[in-house]
Design a protein around this ligand. Structure first.
Ligand code: ZN
Length: 148
C-alpha cells in the first residue's frame, strides 16, 4: 500500500506523527514495559509506562518501522497518558474494534487515531496500526500480573 492512497487529511496526520514522533524516549524506571514486532513489515515497538495509583501517567516508546506503525505508536502515547488502567483497556478495545470491524466507526474519543481508519482498506497494514496496541495490552497484563 502506498500512503498516497489515503485521504489527504489522514495522511497528513500520520506523516506528522511519523516525522515528529511524540514521547519517543526512555523512562527512567518504568512501572511496566513490553515490546513487540511485526515481521511482515519489520516494525518494532517497545513501550514504557509510568503508572501511579491506577493511572498511566506517561507512556514512552522506542522503535522503528513503517510510517503507519510508528505514527500509531506516537498517537497511542498521547491518547493513553492520563488514563486510568480501566480507561486504557477501554480505549484499546475501541481502537481494535475500529480497525477490524467493517463500516464506519464512531471515533469521537479516538481523536487523531481516527486517521488510521484509512488503513482498513489495506488489511495487511492493519497489523502495522495495531502493533503498539497489542504491546500496550501486554504491558498492562504484566503490570497487573505483578500484583499491582
Ligand atoms: Zn508496518
Amino acid at each position: 500500500m502506498a500512503l498516497e492512497q489515503l485521504d489527504d487529511l489522514y495522511r497528513e496526520i500520520i506523516m506528522d506523527h511519523y516525522r515528529s514522533p511524540r514521547n519517543k524516549r526512555h523512562l527512567d524506571s518504568p512501572s511496566a514495559q513490553a515490546e513487540g514486532n511485526n515481521p511482515l513489515c519489520g516494525d518494532e515497538v517497545t513501550l514504557e509506562l509510568a503508572i501511579k495509583d491506577g493511572v498511566i501517567e506517561q507512556v514512552t516508546f522506542q522503535g522503528g518501522g513503517c510510517a503507519i506503525s510508528q505514527a500509531s505508536t506516537s498517537m497511542l502515547t498521547q491518547s493513553i497518558a492520563g488514563k486510568s488502567l480501566e480507561e486504557a483497556h477501554h480505549l484499546i478495545h475501541a481502537f481494535e474494534d475500529m480497525m477490524v470491524k467493517p463500516g464506519e466507526t464512531s471515533a469521537d474519543e479516538l481523536g487523531d487515531l481516527e486517521s488510521l481508519t484509512g488503513v482498513k482498506k489495506f488489511p495487511v497494514r492493519v497489523k502495522c496500526a495495531t502493533l503498539a496496541w497489542h504491546v500496550l495490552e501486554e504491558a498492562l497484563e504484566s503490570y497487573s500480573g505483578k500484583g499491582n
